[in-house]
Ligand binder design. Sequence first.
Ligand SMILES: [Fe+2]
Ligand SMILES: [Fe+2]
Length: 280
Amino acid sequence: MRIVQISDTHLTHMEGVTNENFQKLVDFVNDVLKPDLVINTGDLVILSPDSDADRECARAAHERFAAPVRIVPGNHDVGMTGDEPWMGIATTTKRITNFRDGFGTDRFIELPDSTWALIGFNSELLSTGLPEETEQWTWLERIANEVRGRCVALFLHRPLWSPMPDVTDHEIAVHDADRDRILQIFSDSCLKLVASGHLHRFIADQHDETLTISAPSSAFIVKGGSLGLNQLGVVEYRIEGEQIEAYFRSVPTLVEDEPFGLAAFSETLASIEQSRGAVV
Ligand SMILES: [Fe+2]
Ligand SMILES: [Fe+2]
């Protein structure tokens, strides 16, 4: 079984370089990698969870994949958890509802064979106190019971473990208490993989028996720092029996030197400014 993880695609109805990169990405995945499943670990839209047009653009763009697609949201899709969300855009019930209406769901479970369970969930709900968070914990506990003893791969937007533990800013990873609760929930399974996005960098690490992968963006790189591989691309997973291996795959001709397409970026920021205070 082969899975391709894409992440941080940052698509917009205003077009621009992120959309152009995505078209190249879809062609590469369809024609070269030919996986059994594609998983997008969030930040599907360019910046604002309140743009219906961007959400529809992202939904339609994913229809070009030949393989089935599963998705989980990022902070730019549903808002951000934490005390200081970017530009004040916090996770809300309305934003969660809009995402679920647009994409059908914000989580998934796949049982591709008798050995594996592939589980995706919404990291931007964690520590929000929203009713949807409680409902997601209940769902996680229920499905963990159902997949007891299996090899488990988890997919979420925000890393479970920060690759920069000295930086206490919880925008980087989920809160320690949430991570510990997730690990406890899946303690009767073999947690083989935790795959995330958000950092726009490819980083492979190991926590006890668990492989942790931070997927690169296909849209734009974030300059600065020396962490991991700062390059656009995707991650290919190869699963045989109980073994899983992860490979960074560079996608030919992606453009990384003009983040966003400045017109789309500026227009989105302006619309966010205009709508601030109007959305609860
Ligand atoms: Fe992102
Ligand atoms: Fe993000």
